[in-house]
Design a protein around this ligand. Structure first.
Ligand code: ATP
Length: 324
């Protein structure tokens, strides 16, 4: 392998730039060439490539988003689209690529690898932390810190006005962000898709906390929560059943996906980038690089795509005890 390409694909997340930098500099360290592919798989199809050296990635370790831009490509989901991408890679004499993205991006890489016997490696980049084969995805830690900071601010106004706040956070079908940021920010209740608390128990718990003398409360709700109501319907329901509460809703939204990556995400990105390139140089392919028990480890892409992450049940208990 003499030339490795790197691309970011799907939704962006903080730490992607630090991972791009790591891939580029690891290539340079091993005296091989590196090419940046712009706009994900769409840019691969269109040959939107740029040679990158160690100096072309200076001052990005601390930047959110992705300097290579990201995209979703319908064309790459077709055989013709992937053939075009393959032809462009061959034309540019690229021998392997590292894709930084989520399970959709890994599915694309996996299929591409099978079709063309082309070496690929994946680095998990999403704030949702919903990828099997790694304890942390790039951007997750930063998103947790952002959410905790926001809830701290919301708490100031909640306690000044004796209000109950429902804060909706991202995470897609997983409750990792809600559960961890909820504990970190001292939430009263945390609603996550993995555990159906039930409306009655929520109302009961809020009634109890009022009786226990709490004047304001924060309830953190994962966007994928399955309680059967969206956050605004939930507010109406709680207000109808607990007239003593005035509820306000805050949907945090895309701010959770941006911002400078945390130190953890920068170190993670650096480690995963090194491992991705060095694994390709060792002749390995079709793996995702992740963290297992605090060590960098490879998981077959197919397993990373198909496997389901689980929440730590211990955290549910901790959260319950903390809101006594
Ligand atoms: P996010 O966390 O934002 O969902 P993701 O990587 O899962 O990130 P997707 O939009 O699902 O984001 O996938 C990114 C791109 O990967 C798609 O736009 C498409 O080009 C490619 N891709 C996804 N699924 C497939 C597939 N089944 N076959 C080929 N390519 C695919």
């Amino acid at each position: 392998i003499k030339k490795v390409a790197v691309l970011t694909s799907g939704g962006d997340s903080p730490g992607m730039n630090a991972a791009i930098r790591s891939v580029v500099r690891t290539c340079s360290f091993h005296n091989i060439q590196c090419v940046g592919i712009y706009r994900g798989y769409q840019g691969m199809i269109e040959g939107d490539f740029k040679e990158m050296g160690p100096r072309s990635v200076h001052n990005i370790v601390n930047k959110g988003g992705t300097v290579l831009k990201s995209a979703r490509s319908k064309e790459f989901m077709t055989v013709e689209g992937r053939k075009k991408a393959y032809d462009e890679l061959i034309k540019a004499e690229i021998d392997a690529f590292v894709v930084i993205g989520g399970d959709g991006s890994f599915t694309g890489a996996e299929i591409f690898n099978k079709e063309f016997k082309f070496p690929v490696m994946g680095i998990p980049g999403t704030i949702d932390n919903d990828i099997f084969g790694t304890s942390h995805t790039l951007g997750y830690d930063t998103a947790l810190n952002t959410v905790v900071e926001c809830i701290d601010k919301i708490r100031d106004t909640a306690s000044s006005h004796n209000r109950l706040f429902f804060v909706e956070v991202m995470g897609r079908d997983a409750g990792h962000i809600a559960l961890n940021a909820g504990i970190g920010a001292g939430a009263e209740e945390i609603l996550i898709p993995e555990e159906d608390l039930g409306l009655e128990r929520l109302v009961e718990s809020l009634r109890k906390s009022k009786a226990a003398g709490k004047s304001s409360s924060i309830v953190v709700i994962a966007e994928g929560d399955k309680i059967g109501k969206n956050v605004f319907e939930l507010k109406d329901y709680v207000e109808a059943n607990l007239p003593e509460y005035e509820v306000r809703v805050s949907v945090l939204g895309h701010m959770q996906r941006g911002g400078a990556p945390s130190c953890y995400d920068r170190v993670l990105a650096s480690r995963l980038g090194v491992k991705a390139v060095e694994s390709l140089l060792e002749g390995k392919s079709n793996f995702m690089v992740g963290m297992i028990n605090d060590k960098v480890a490879l998981t077959p892409l197919l397993q990373a795509i198909k496997g389901k992450t689980e929440i730590d049940r211990e955290l549910l208990r901790v959260s319950e005890i903390m809101s006594v």
